[in-house]
Design a protein around this ligand. Structure first.
Ligand SMILES: *[C@@H]1O[C@H](CO)[C@@H](O)[C@H](O)[C@H]1NC(C)=O
Ligand SMILES: *[C@@H]1O[C@H](CO)[C@@H](O)[C@H](O)[C@H]1NC(C)=O
Length: 210
C-alpha cells in the first residue's frame, strides 16, 4: 500500500518527536525570553518601590529557585545506568514551572488598583507566551530529583513556608533565566558567566556607581 502524504508526515513528525530534545533554545524561544527579560528590567520599580519596606510573601521552599540551586542540580551525577539523568532541559522546564507559579502568586496578592498590578499581569502574559513556544514538559519523563521538586511544589500542605520579598523572587527569575538560556543573551563583552553570583554582584556595583 502506498502511504498517504498525511501518513508520511505523521511518520516524520513522530521521528522528530523521539529525537533528543535540544537544549539550545530556538530563535523563536529566544525572542519570547528576551521580551520577558526586557520587562523584568523594571522589577526594581514595580516590585520594590511600590511595596512597604521588607514586605514579604509566603512561598514554597521550591519557589526560591536561585543560581545556587542550578549549580547544585547540575552537579547531581547519577551513577546507576537505569536512572534518568538531570539534563539542561529539565532545569529549563523547572525554571518555567517555578516562575509561572511565582507570577501567579504575585498576581494573587495584588488588588487590581495596585500600581504594580498591570506590570505583573503583563509579565504573566509574556510568560504565557514563553510557555507557548516550549514543548509541553509533561510529555517527558522527569529524572527523580526533578520529579521530587515538582511534587513538593504542588504540595498544598508543605512542612514549611519561606517568606521572601517580591523583588527577590523576580531577581531569581531574571538571573536563573540568563544562566539557563545563556545563548539567548549574548553580550558585547564576550562570554559572560551568568551562572556565577560574581557576575551579578559586579552588575549591582555598576548600577550603584552610575
Ligand atoms: C528590613 O530588613 C533589614 C534586614 O533584615 C533590616 O536591617 C531593616 O531594619 C528592616 N527595615 C525595616 C524598616 O523593618
Ligand atoms: C533551592 O535551594 C533551597 C535551599 O537553599 C531549597 O530550599 C529550595 O527548595 C531549592 N529550590 C529548588 C527549586 O530546588
Amino acid at each position: 500500500m502506498v502511504p498517504s502524504t498525511a501518513g508520511l508526515l505523521r511518520g516524520l513528525l513522530g521521528l522528530i518527536w523521539v529525537l533528543p530534545v535540544s537544549m539550545t533554545p530556538s530563535a523563536v524561544q529566544c525572542t519570547s525570553l528576551k521580551t520577558l527579560e526586557n520587562k523584568l528590567k523594571d522589577r526594581q520599580r514595580y516590585m520594590k518601590h511600590n511595596f512597604p519596606i521588607n514586605y514579604t510573601i509566603r512561598v514554597h521552599y521550591e519557589e526560591v529557585f536561585r543560581l545556587s540551586n542550578v549549580t547544585r542540580l547540575r552537579m547531581r551525577v547519577v551513577e546507576e545506568e537505569s536512572v534518568v539523568k538531570v539534563e539542561e532541559v529539565d532545569l529549563q522546564d523547572l525554571w518555567r514551572w517555578v516562575n509561572k507559579e511565582v507570577l501567579k502568586k504575585l498576581l494573587r496578592i495584588l488588588p487590581e488598583r495596585h500600581p504594580s498590578y498591570k506590570y505583573t499581569a503583563d509579565l504573566e502574559g509574556l510568560f504565557r507566551q514563553v510557555e507557548q513556544v516550549f514543548p509541553d514538559s509533561n510529555e517527558r519523563e522527569r529524572p527523580e530529583p526533578i520529579e521530587e521538586i515538582f511534587n513538593r511544589l504542588t504540595d498544598r500542605h508543605p512542612n514549611g513556608w519561606r517568606f521572601v520579598t517580591p523583588k527577590s523572587l523576580l531577581d531569581n527569575c531574571y538571573r536563573t533565566m540568563h544562566c539557563l538560556f545563556k545563548d539567548c543573551f549574548p553580550s558585547e563583552d564576550g562570554e559572560q558567566d551568568y551562572c556565577g553570583i560574581a557576575h551579578w554582584r559586579k552588575g549591582r556595583k555598576r548600577l550603584l556607581d552610575t
